[in-house]
Design a protein around this ligand. Structure first.
Ligand code: IYR
Length: 223
């Protein structure tokens, strides 16, 4: 089937004078630099509309051939959160005791993590992000997704930024392996759990690891 491309004017773009552009870039950088991954959450509820808007922001991400190969499951049901915590802690216990090579455990040491994941029950929302290896039409026909992992990675980054911008904290969490999420959340086999984003308010006494980000000279080169 040959589709003729259809174009519309670029109405959403805004150009800023150079000094305003610099100010905006620096302000956004400063805002994002305040973001920290948090592992201690308050139980306080978060308005669902906030999460919905953050998901719309994530859904605006660019993706390979605009296939949007993602699905977000927002978990707030305490019984489902408990099942996820139990399954995750079972895998994590094996990870810390047997599966993780020493080098990996050494790399994780500054974070102070272990197999206990109380935040999976405390936080008001667990957003489980799935990557779809292929799409399915309403008629049941399969079609290929391109750069699915890259696309979902971009959408996830935008979700992390949106959640921070809204005034909440998050934790990117990847219990390994994550297959149990398909079972608990009843997602089809062509959807692979990509990452879980734990979202909520930080606990009042939340503490974060004393770690630093690399500077520009270390992460970028201009040629
Ligand atoms: N999934 C484990 C281990 C872990 C792995 C990485 I890479 C981290 O950045 C943090 C933790 C856990 O969540 O404890």
């Amino acid at each position: 089937m040959v589709v003729t491309p259809k174009f519309v004017p670029l109405t959403g773009y805004r150009e800023y004078p150079a000094d305003e552009m610099k100010r905006r870039a620096a302000k956004f950088r400063a805002e994002l630099s305040r973001r920290r991954s948090v592992r201690q959450f308050a139980g306080r509820p978060v308005p669902r509309e906030v999460v919905e808007e953050c998901l719309r922001a994530a859904g605006s991400a660019p993706s390979g051939a605009n296939m949007q190969p993602w699905h977000f499951v927002v978990v707030s049901d305490p019984a489902v959160k408990r099942r996820i915590r139990e399954a995750a802690e079972k895998e994590e216990a094996k990870f810390y005791a047997e599966r993780a090579p020493r080098e990996w455990l050494e790399a994780l040491a500054p974070l102070g993590t272990d197999e206990h994941k109380p935040f999976l029950e405390t936080a008001p929302y667990l957003i489980v992000i799935f990557v779809q290896s292929y799409g399915v039409t309403p008629e049941g026909k399969k079609y290929k997704h391109y750069y699915a992992s890259e696309s979902v990675g971009i959408a996830t980054g935008m979700l992390v930024a949106a959640v921070h911008n809204a005034g909440l904290v998050s934790l990117t969490h990847t219990p390994s392996p994550m297959g149990f999420l398909n079972e608990i959340l009843e997602r089809p086999p062509h959807e692979r759990p990509f990452l879980m984003l734990v979202v909520g308010y930080p606990a009042e006494d939340a503490r974060v690891p004393d770690i630093e980000k690399k500077g520009l000279a270390e992460i970028a080169s201009f040629v």
